[in-house]
Ligand binder design. Sequence first.
Ligand code: ATP
Ligand code: MG
Ligand code: MG
Ligand code: MG
Length: 458
Amino acid sequence: KKYGVNELREMFLHFFETKGCLRLNSFSLIPHNDNSLLIINSGMAPMKPWFTGQEIPPRRRVTTCQKCIRTGDLENVGKTARHGTYFEMLGNFSFGDYFKKEAIPWAWEFLTEVVGLDADRLYPSVYVDDDEAYQIWLNDMHIPAERIYKFGKEDNFWEHGSGPCGPCSEIYYDRGPEFGNGPEDVMGGEGDRFMEVWNIVFSQFNNDGHNHYTDLAQKNIDTGMGLERLAVAVQEAGSIFDVDTLKSLRDLVCTLAGGISYEQPGTEQTDVSVRICTDHARAMTFMISDGIMPSNNGRGYVLRRIIRRAVRHGRKLGISGSFLTKLAENVIAESRDGYPELEEKRDFILKVIQAEEDKFEKTYEQGMDILQEMEDRLEKEGSKELSGEDAFRLYDTYGFPLDNTREILEERGFSVDEAGFQAAMKHQKDTAREDRKKSGKSSTYMGASATVYEEMDP
Ligand code: ATP
Ligand code: MG
Ligand code: MG
Ligand code: MG
C-alpha cells in the first residue's frame, strides 16, 4: 500500500510507542543551550543532555519526528533525489536502556512488516570494526553476508559537532536498476540508486569538541530516518520531490511559473529550480514558525539566504512578482496535521516572508544588471574570475549573498575570488570600527549599518 507522508509519520511514532517509547513533539529548530549548533539538524540534537546523562529524560525510551535543517546540503538540493535543506527525521532513542539487539530488529520489523518494504531491496551497512552489529544482521536477521556492507569512519561513525557519538549501522534501499548501476558503484557513494534511509547510531562516546573521545556513562541508541526518504521507498517515487506532500507544492511552483512541465526531455535546468523553490519554501516556513527572523547573521542569515535563493530560482523559472507566500500557504496546508502551530502562526509567517521578498525584489533586478555588466567586462578582459570587491559590492549594495553570486557565476562558467570577498568585508568592518572610534559614537556616516557590519556573516 502507498502510505502518505502524514500516515507514515503516525505509523512510525505509534510503532515505537508499542515498544515502550514516549512520544514527544518535535523540538524547535532553534537549539536550546547548545552553542555548537546553529540550527537543529537531527533528532538527537535537542536531546544531547539526555544522552550524556547531564539531564534526566522524561522516560528512557523516546520517539519523535524532528524538524531538521541542514545548511550543508544546500548545494545538493535539487541535484540529488534525496536531499532537502528542510526535512523531517523520524527517530527512536534509548538513554541507557535498549541497545543494538533491540534497535536493529525493530528497525527491520518496521520497514519490512509495518510498511511492507521488500526485504530483498534493503541493504544494511555496519562500521568496519563493529562485529557485534554485523553478527546481529547476519545471525539474527539472516541477511546474507554479501549483502552486509562494512564502511569506515566517514560513513559509519556518526557525529555532528561536539557531544554524543558512536559507530552506526545504516539501512539502504535499492530503488532499482533504472536509477543507476550495480551495488559495486553506489553503495556509500553519491549515487541515488541505493538510497540511505535509516541510520541507527550506537552512541556510546562523547566528543569534547576537540576530538577527544571518552566513554559515556551509559550506552544509548539514537536513530534517524528521513520521513521523505521513507516515503520515496514506500511510494516508489522518483525523488523526495515526488512524494505526496511535496508533489503538491512542486506542482504549484510549476503552475505559478506559467504551467511549465517537469522532468520532461529538455527541462533538466528548470527542474533543478523547481526543486529548489519547493524545498526552500518548506525550509523558510518552518524556520519562521519557530521564530527565526531574516537578518545579517547566524540563523537569520541562513534564512535570508534561503529566501533570496528561492526568489532567484523563481525568477529563473519566469515567475514575476511575489510568489513565496503562495508556496508557504501550501506548506501550511500540507503540514498542519503534524504541526498545528503552522496554522496558528500563519499570518505571522506570511508577513515575514512577504517583507523579506519585497526587500530583495527592490534590488534584485538592479543587482542582476550590474552582475551582467561585471561579466561583460570579465569577458572583454579574458578573465574567468570575479574580483572580491565586485562580489562584495553586490552583497553590500544589492543584498546578494555570496553563495547566490557564486551560483549564478558558476552557471555561466565564472568563479569568484572568495578570499578577496572576505578581505573586502573585513576592510569594511575595520573602517566602520575606526570611524566609530574617531567619532566616539556607535554609528557614523554609514548610519545604522555600521553596527550591522560587525555581525555580518556571508
Ligand atoms: P546522506 O549520506 O544521504 O547525505 P546522511 O548520512 O548525511 O545522509 P544522517 O546524518 O545519517 O544522513 O541522517 C539520518 C537520516 O536522515 C538519513 O539516513 C536520511 O534518511 C535522513 N536525511 C539526512 N539528510 C537528509 C536530507 N538533506 N534530506 C532528507 N533526508 C535526509
Ligand atoms: Mg548527508
Ligand atoms: Mg550517509
Ligand atoms: Mg548517514
